[in-house]
Every structure is written in C-alpha cells, then in structure tokens.
Write a protein that binds this ligand. Structure first.
Ligand code: AMP
Ligand code: MG
Length: 487
C-alpha cells in the first residue's frame, strides 16, 4: 500500500494544464536537516491531512526532502506586478505550487511552498526564506483568520537547519502555505503582457471556474465583478481591524479576496491614517488610510489587463471597464458601513449611522487614540465600566449620541449588545508583541510566540490572560519597533 489513504493527500494539478508561459515546472530545494517547528493541526484536519504525519519525518521529507507527496506537480507561477507603481515581470522566485489539495468537503486549496529554492523567476534572489518572517506570516494569518478576515494560512513552518544570508546570517525556513488560490491581479497582468489573447482567455476561464461568481454575463465580467466585490469586502475588513498590509503591489493582491504575502504588515496602535510600518515605503503609498484608494488603483490595473476581452473596439472596452470600476466606491462604502454598524453595536439601519461612525473615527485620528482600546471602550461602556481612552468632553458628547441611537428601539437593545460583544475583538497581535514573540522564537524561546498564537486564534474570547497582550506599547517599545522590512 502506498501512503495516500493514511496521510490524506488528494492533490490535483489543474493549474498545470494552463498554457506554458504561465508556469514552469521546478524542483523544490532539499534541506536534509529540516524539521517542522510548527504545524497548524486544525487547518491540516480541515484539509483532510494528518497533522502528526506533517509534524514528523514524513512531513519534512514531503516538503524539504525531495519525497514529494503523491500527486504533487511542483511549478513556479508566472506573474507580473506594479511594485510601488512600477510595472515588472515577476513570478515565484523562491516559491512553488505543490498542487491543489481537494479537502473532504470538496473544496480545493493550493498547497504552496515559500523558501523552496531559486526558480527561473528568482532574478537576484537566493530563493530562500528566513525563520522570523515565515513565523510572522503564520501568526498574522492565524490572527486574520481568527478575526474572520479572508486570508492565506500557514499549514506548517519548517526550520531548514541552514542559515540564510541577509544583513546578518539568519536561521532559514520553509513555509507551507494554503490559499483558495495563488492567482493574483499580477497573474492576469502577466498574461496580458505576453500579448497572447489565447493565454488571457484561458486564464480568465480558469479563474471563472476556480472562483465562481454569479454576477456577469461572460467569464471576464464575472471575474471583474467578483474580484471587485471580494476586494472591497477585504479592504473594509482591514480598515476596521486597523490592519496595515504594507506592500499592496498588484502581485500581492489575490483574486480570491484573501489577504496574501505578510511582509512589513502590522496592526495600528494609535489610529493614524498616515501610519506605515515598512522601512521601504518612504512616501506612505501603502499607509493605513491609503488602502481603500490603493485597492481601487490595483483593481484598475486588473481591468486594464482584460480590456481586450471586454470589447474589440478600444473605446467601448474602456467604457465597459470604467463602468465596472465605477462600482467600487459604493461597494467599499457598503461593506465599511455594515462592519462599522456591527462594531458600534447597531442592529438596524439608520441614515445617521455613517456620520456617527465617521465622527468616532475622526475623533480617534485627531488625537491618535489607540485603535483597539477605543473599540474595547465601547464594550466597556456597554458593560457600564469606565472608558479608558474615550475620555473628555468631546467623547462624552459622542458617547451620549451613540447611547441615544442604541436606545432608539428598546426591542433591539439586547440584540445590539450581543452584536457589539461579538464584533469587538478582545485581542489582536500588537506589533511590539509580535516582534517580541519572533525575537524569542528564533532563539528557541517559544513561550511568548505560542501564547500569542493561541490568543489570536480566539480573538473574541474574554480571557483574563489576554489583558497584558492588549496593553499599548510603551514609548520605548514603540520606538524600537517603528520600521522593519524582513524577508
Ligand atoms: P514579495 O516582496 O515577497 O511579494 O516578492 C516579490 C518578488 O520577489 C516575487 O517574485 C518573489 O518571488 C521574489 N523574491 C522575494 N524574495 C526572494 C528571494 N529571497 N529569492 C528569490 N526571489 C525572491
Ligand atoms: Mg509577493
């Protein structure tokens, strides 16, 4: 008997059937000393995989030992991207798609390795990844998942046992990543840039099958409408969570609407629309408050790429593309308002809700009030406790307005309390906590990392043990964690 039934692999390779320039077969690097340092057991079980096998020598052999899982057909995906506004042909330079795992519920998930060696797309890179950034990706992905925000997730992180040279030698790692797909805005841009209409059509048909969407006559219309809708929902969720992605290049925008590629990302402390965390984002292109506009810009690049499929006549194609894009602001506004209503503990809809929410957020920005403490204060107020950060006459007025609004319909008060309690996270991975946890983990001191990972996996649970995790950073802590740009 081979090992398929035991381990649970059911790998398909539909992406490999797409025309050639969209991907290239690669062989994963082997790391003889590799061992799993963390395995995502709940995710493994959802995928129908045995977490114990993943954690042991078999897992290391599958991902880093040259013994591919049954059905694997590793390939590097080609994609392009606007990086800080400049168009570049890219592709998986240090990553590969192992295959698509068909889970017991029939859903299909890309199994992807990052840090698996150089490919034809590596340009100057070494094809490797460092442990700290891969652990950050795991932690942030679980935090987003815990918050109910669509995201890629780590199935496992392996230490390769080999150093990678960055500014200093760092422990090397391999990330096993799971996504609804790794199709990006940049994948469509790549197909368009080849100038081959057949390639673009094949890719659009593939996306249409992989991410079915009900609205739209033709595959290209369904693709645009679906991506616009999912990205509007995603960026609205990021904004409410105070999440700053950091590198919203078009190669880091997933057509699935999942958050992808956690680099210099972080959650806000003080609510500051101009806040960035990336040391390379000198002009604040991807600052917190820029994210909705940048998303729209990225979606314009998607529409641009598929213009030839919208109409044979260039003017009519442009008009059709603009008609699609013109729907984005209203989609974003609708998702934003729906999320903020829940966050404010409002059950029904009132015309004044947008202005109530805007006044709340403007008040936070004026004094750079801690984003998460502010939301937690609403929970405290709802429980008749004193607010910690929403203090002063200006806030008394706003709070009175909020309370009046919530009491408007006495029949809904109980529901409103339930909605509020279910919408305000008790814990998010604050940046100084993430840095502290990663600094420990790479030295073999795993306790803070494990504690943080467990907490962010259950962000809506009232747990006294979370309290310390949510304290804002001291001035010293925030000063030493202002910028980073690890890979
Ligand atoms: P990222 O900034 O991680 O989204 O990566 C942008 C591009 O650079 C992608 O094409 C990556 O595959 C590639 N890349 C990043 N780091 C490396 C590396 N160490 N070796 C090879 N390619 C890399
Ligand atoms: Mg990327």
């Amino acid at each position: 008997m081979d090992t398929v039934p035991d381990a649970g692999w059911r790998l398909a390779a539909t992406y490999a059937t797409l025309p050639d320039p969209l991907h290239e077969a690669v062989r994963p690097a082997t790391y003889p000393g590799a061992t799993a340092v963390t395995v995502n057991a709940p995710l493994a079980l959802d995928l129908g995989l045995d977490p114990d096998r993943l954690a042991g020598a078999t897992g290391a052999a599958w991902f880093a030992g040259g013994t591919l899982p049954p059905g694997a057909r590793p390939l590097a995906m080609a994609y392009a991207g606007h990086q800080f506004g400049h168009f570049t042909m890219l592709g998986d330079g240090r990553a590969l798609l192992l295959g698509e795992q068909v889970a017991p519920d029939g859903r299909r998930w890309d199994i992807h390795l990052k840090g698996s060696g150089r490919t034809r797309f590596a340009r100057g890179g070494d094809g490797r990844a460092a442990l700290g950034p891969m652990l950050r990706e795991h932690l942030m992905g679980e935090a987003m998942h815990g918050l109910g925000i669509p995201t890629t997730r780590a199935l496992a992180v392996l230490a390769t046992g080999e150093p990678v040279q960055r500014e200093e030698p760092l422990p090397g790692a391999l990330l096993v990543r799971v996504a609804a797909s790794h199709l990006r805005v940049g994948t469509v841009q790549y197909a368009a840039a080849t100038g081959r209409r057949d390639l673009l059509e094949a890719l659009v048909a593939y996306v249409d099958a992989r991410h079915p969407h009900a609205v739209g006559e033709r595959p290209v219309d369904r693709l645009i409408d679906g991506v616009l809708e999912r990205q509007a929902a995603l960026v609205a969720a990021w904004m409410a969570a105070g999440f700053v992605h950091g590198v919203m290049n078009t190669d880091n925008v997933a057509l699935s609407g999942e958050t992808i590629d956690y680099g210099p990302c972080a959650f806000l402390d003080g609510h500051d629309p101009s806040r960035t965390f990336s040391s390379i984002d000198r002009h604040g292109r991807y600052a917190y408050g820029q994210q909705p506009a940048v998303t729209q810009w990225n979606l314009a690049r998607l529409v641009e790429a598929v213009l030839p499929l919208l109409d044979d006549d260039a003017d009519r194609a442009l008009a059709a593309g603009n008609a699609h894009l013109g729907t984005f602001p209203a989609r974003y506004a609708a998702h934003r308002l729906a999320i903020l209503r829940r966050r404010l503990g409002l059950v029904d809809a009132d015309d004044g809700d947008g202005s109530l929410a805007d006044a709340f957020l403007a008040g936070l920005a004026t004094a750079e009030i801690d984003h998460h403490m502010a939301w937690l204060d609403l929970l405290r107020l709802d429980r008749d406790q004193e607010p910690r950060v929403l203090v002063g006459s200006r806030w008394s007025e706003w709070i009175a307005r909020w309370r009046t609004r919530r009491l408007r319909d006495p029949a809904l008060v109980e529901n409103a309390r339930v909605i509020l309690a279910a919408s305000v996270p008790r814990v998010i991975p604050r940046n100084h906590r993430v840095e502290e946890a990663l600094a420990g983990a790479v030295r073999g001191h795993w306790e803070p990392w494990r504690r943080l990972l467990a907490a962010v996996g259950r962000p809506f649970v009232d747990d006294p043990g979370h309290a310390g995790l949510m304290e804002p950073p001291s001035p010293r802590e925030s000063a030493c964690h202002r910028t980073f740009c690890g890979t």
